[in-house]
Ligand binder design. Sequence first.
Ligand SMILES: [Zn+2]
Length: 237
Amino acid sequence: MWERLLFQFFCFPTFQLFQHGLPPPGGAGGRGLANRSGRRLLVLLPLVPGPSVLSGETVWKLRVLGNPTDLRVAAVREAIAFWNSELEQVGAGARIGPMSVTGNPVPEDVLGEASRAVEQGRRPRDLSPWIEPRSDELVVVLANTDLMSFAVRGRHGAGGVVVLRSGDDAPLSLPNVARNVAAHELGHLLGLEHNDATGTLMCGRPARCRPDFFASETPRFFPLTAADERALRESSP
Ligand SMILES: [Zn+2]
């Protein structure tokens, strides 16, 4: 309960919102939201446990909520390998650790409502009654409806949540899209924001990039920009 209360109190008021649509509220990185709670953040920060640190390396756990046989689970696993390679390459001193898969307890209408809120630049409703994410976890929810994928990031080691749209319909059903959308949304949880460089992983609105831009008959991850790599290095805990 204590952890849950902390999560509700600490994380959601300071969450940064990302979606493959509108820019985050308050400008790049959702700083408007963060600033309103800045004083509270400073007080509570020492109380919130972050990801584990082994031999000087920060390790994030990743929990997928969905059916273990869902094709998006494999896409998330590939995205983890992609990010661990990138994190090592830039010397970020962090990696995403073991992945677990459990059932998805979040009602579809709740996920849809949260997605619409993010799309409209509003803070989504509190998902902790269903998810109860730990502060050292990255949680990926596999929705079964055609909503807009989005990421909700905690600040300063407070974990975060990604919601992926149904994999049965386009664009996620298109070849090569699911792995890149999973990687894109996880990139937000790792501290990256949208850029306008077409053909790169983190391209997003207000640029014209859309998830179907990732479609390719050749399985591959779209690259990061040099600015993304700098941000990745600097934003790692
Ligand atoms: Zn995005």
